[in-house]
Design a protein around this ligand. Structure first.
Ligand code: ZN
Length: 149
């Protein structure tokens, strides 16, 4: 288990230092900003969702602790190409993992499982879920369609 923890820690550090999908998405169809006052984590999320409810592209900007940054980075990787229905299921599994130290549901979570250790630190759960709550907020916040005509 110690080796697995070391590996998980390395993945978190990697995503904190080099966040994936970091930046503004000019053609975003949805956008929201999230804030976790307990820790001071802030992030803005940009989504491009097509007519078939597929997350075609996803990017974020923001500042926060390593857990919030790594979680946002891992979330963008996990959600890109997924349907909104799949994203919803993934968030449920992820949230379950963070709130149960004996969670067994790591298989479908893929790389998101590196954050399983957060379950032992309840005060940090909000850091890890900030990106996901911002994702849900963005789904409610559809931008006016951009038209060139
Ligand atoms: Zn935080």
């Amino acid at each position: 288990m110690a080796d697995l923890r070391t590996l998980y820690q390395e993945v978190i550090v990697d995503h904190t230092k080099c966040p994936r999908n970091f930046g503004v998405l000019e053609q975003a169809s949805h956008h929201a900003t999230g804030y976790n006052p307990l820790c001071g984590d802030k992030l803005s999320l940009f989504l491009e969702i097509d007519a078939a409810d597929i997350i075609v592209d996803i990017r974020f900007i923001g500042e926060g602790c390593s857990i919030s940054t790594a979680s946002a980075s891992l979330m963008t990787e996990a959600l890109k190409g997924k349907s909104l229905a799949q994203a919803d299921l993934l968030f449920k599994d992820f949230h379950h993992m963070l709130t149960h130290t004996d969670s067994q549901q790591t298989e479908q979570l893929g790389k998101l499982a590196v954050l399983a250790g957060v379950a032992e630190f309840p005060a940090r759960v909000k850091c890890a879920t900030l990106a996901w709550h911002t994702f849900e907020a963005a789904l409610q916040n559809k931008l006016a369609p951009v038209s060139t005509e």
